[in-house]
Design a protein around this ligand. Structure first.
Ligand code: PRX
Length: 634
């Protein structure tokens, strides 16, 4: 994929200008490098006011032919995926492109034999094991829409996701290993399926050898079906705009949003950005530490790297197991060249002795990446000094589940980096900052709401089953523009720095958590009358959650410690342990506007212990509660 490669800042500006001046020509030229059953009739059709976008109209292709088949002649014996197990004593697995082809075809045949057809939704609830990658790709091969649910989500969060897009099948495992824990995934699936009538079949991968119940007629072990399946499977002919996957992200109401991504634009964009931002070269070994349950794993463990014929590492474990040197041990062991992780992991490791880092040979590294939340200056320097040895550019990549691919990011070795800055928009991305009056803010050294004013190929096309919500959430605040929900500043040279969410989403340890679903979970507790959740700064997690809770009269007399524990238990059950509250304050009231809306701005300031300037509270319905909350803040 040589076209429009960027190797210097000068070249970046040239390519960027071309991508803005002639976006259709620009993207069609890149698209020429892929394998198509039939080329497109028209590059782009769009009406952003209506949230309608189509790329490569009437093009026909299959993404797995591009991610696997086309590499076989030249790279059949090259490693596609290195699987690094949780337990360092278990041998790593090197899956070549030939192996991957066979495995994906076999799995595709299993899915077809089990009645899965083009357009059906398949829920994948698996740990980070090769079968996860294989099942995702097998769905894509037969045109089934995969909906991967992160295997840390709880029973009811899983059920909500299965129900929303009416999956026909779940692929799961008998369990998963994470550090020194074993997780009973099948048990969680069994619980979830009590309320999921759309599911006919559950395929179960063996991983932990746990003794688990199998429901007659519904549950099947994968292995025997897989063993007898053929290694040839014709790739379904997909339209450029046929759905590829659904991935759920938090919203400002309790219901998660099933972001729908389609085939051609997503493929081309993730492939192009992967190659350029990470400067991937043929012999490199690339490692992204994310889980495939998140968009980072979809786009930059699987699709983007595989479309480039890359070697991509898939890690089952956690950075602290068996000790804090694990990441660096793996880098050393596999001679990783590009390493891509999240600020929360960097902060956690930076707290430990640097001996964990210096113990290993990290000289193979060429590029470091960061994703998921703003990276603070201290973490940036620690990463740069101790991991990159001051010779690896750090690509601080800003993007979202909704954007499908990297949007604002340095291009390694081309864009000069600046700590805490995501720097410049990638080719094809047209960011703008908007003021409160919905006007575009021109010039530099300005701050505003970050929007994108022109379509890019990998943007989500809709929210599954709810186009109106898609339009309202992303295209109505600033009509004709995509609103990201983030605030940003543009410095004197035009570099962007993301300042954080301007809506009710809090990023905790790099996980995007809507406050509304957490409040919904808490409010189910019989002693709770009402609650409000906000984020506050936390050394390692970036943000942590602070809950302001009003108890019902009946709950007032109960033991607060027990209540706190129970409330967190409710959150764990409804969403997952990642959404637990760090601080809980029982309050008599919540500050509200006259229209009854909770003034989160004030609660955020109280939670952050920044109460010197609370702004105007006179418009509140109940200004008196503010004093009370400040006095009793925890
Ligand atoms: O607030 C931004 C933050 O993460 C949000 C998107 O979260 P999610 O959809 O879960 O995707 C995360 C992985 C792409 C954004 O709206 N965010 C992501 N990357 C950065 C970031 N904030 C600052 N700097 C980043 N590099």
């Amino acid at each position: 994929m040589g076209v429009y490669e960027v190797k210097s800042l000068e070249q970046y500006f040239k390519v960027y200008k071309r991508s803005v001046r002639e976006p259709r020509k620009f993207w069609s030229k890149i698209a020429e490098d892929f394998v198509w059953y039939k080329k497109w009739d028209k590059v782009l059709e769009y009406r952003l006011e209506e949230a309608e976008v189509k790329w490569f109209v009437n093009g026909k292709l299959n993404i797995t032919k591009n991610c696997i088949d086309r590499h076989l002649a030249k790279r059949g014996d090259k490693t596609a995926i290195i699987f690094e197990p949780n337990d360092p004593d278990e041998e790593a697995e090197h899956i070549t492109y030939n192996d991957l082809y066979n495995r994906v075809c076999k799995m595709a045949n299993v899915l077809r034999d089990q009645g899965i057809r083009k357009g059906d939704r398949v829920c994948i609830y698996l740990p980070m094991i090769p079968e996860l990658a294989v099942t995702v790709l097998a769905c894509a091969r037969i045109g089934a829409i995969h909906s991967v649910v992160f295997a840390g989500f709880s029973e009811s969060a899983l059920a909500a996701r299965i129900q929303d897009c009416e999956c026909k099948m779940v692929v799961t495992s008998d369990g998963g290993f994470r550090g020194n824990k074993t997780i009973d995934l099948k048990g969680i699936v069994d619980g979830a399926l009590e309320t999921c009538p759309s599911i006919d079949k559950v395929l179960v991968v063996k991983r932990t050898n746990a003794d688990i119940p199998m429901k007659e007629g519904r549950d099947e072990w994968l292995a025997p079906l897989y063993e007898k399946a053929s290694t040839e499977s014709i790739a379904e002919v997909m339209d450029a705009e046929d759905p590829l996957f659904i991935l759920y992200t938090s919203g400002s109401t309790g219901k998660p949003k099933g972001m729908l991504h389609t085939t051609a634009g997503y493929m081309i964009y993730t492939a192009y950005t992967f190659k350029n931002v990470f400067q991937y070269e043929e012999k490199d070994v690339y490692w992204c530490t994310a889980d495939i349950g998140w968009i980072t794993g979809h786009s930059y463990i699987l699709y983007g790297p595989l479309a480039n014929g890359a070697t991509t590492v898939m890690f089952e474990g956690v950075p602290s197991y068996p000790d804090f040197g694990r990441f660096w041990e793996v880098v050393d062991k596999h001679k990783v060249t590009q390493f891509y992780t999240a600020p929360t992991a960097i902060r956690a490791l930076a707290k430990e002795s640097t001996d964990w880092v210096t113990k290993y040979d990290l000289s193979s590294l060429k590029v470091l990446g960061s994703v998921g939340e703003p990276i603070n200056e201290e973490a940036w320097h620690w990463y740069n000094d101790h991991v990159g040895n001051k010779k690896c550019p750090i690509v601080d990549t800003w993007w979202q589940t909704e954007t499908g691919g990297l949007m604002i990011s340095p291009i390694a070795y081309a864009t000069p980096t600046k700590p805490t800055y995501a720097t410049l928009p990638l080719p094809g991305v047209q960011p703008v900052l908007m003021d409160e009056k919905r006007n575009e803010i021109e010039g530099n050294q300005v701050v505003g709401s970050l929007c994108i004013k022109f379509p890019w190929p990998s943007m989500a096309r809709t929210i599954w089953g709810d186009h109106r919500r898609y339009k309202e959430t992303y295209f109505s605040a600033f009509p004709g523009k995509y609103f990201t929900g983030d605030g940003a500043l543009r410095d004197e040279v035009g570099y962007y720095r993301i300042t954080g969410r301007v809506d009710d989403v809090v990023i905790v340890s790099g996980h995007n958590l809507g406050t509304a679903p957490i409040e919904d979970a808490i409010n189910e507790h019989p002693a709770v009358a009402e609650s409000a959740i906000v984020g506050f700064p936390h050394d390692i997690k970036g943000n942590a959650l602070y809950g302001f809770i009003i108890l019902k009269e009946t709950g007032e007399t109960r033991n607060r410690e027990n209540l706190t524990r129970e409330i967190n238990q409710y959150i764990s059950e409804h969403i997952g342990p990642i959404a637990k509250l760090d601080k809980i304050q029982f309050v008599s009231g919540l500050p509200k506007t006259r229209s009854g809306k909770i003034m989160r701005r004030i609660l955020r300031k109280i939670a952050s212990k920044d109460t010197a300037n609370l702004g105007d509270t006179s418009t509140l319905l109940n200004p008196e509660v503010v004093e009370d909350i400040i006095e009793n803040a925890v």
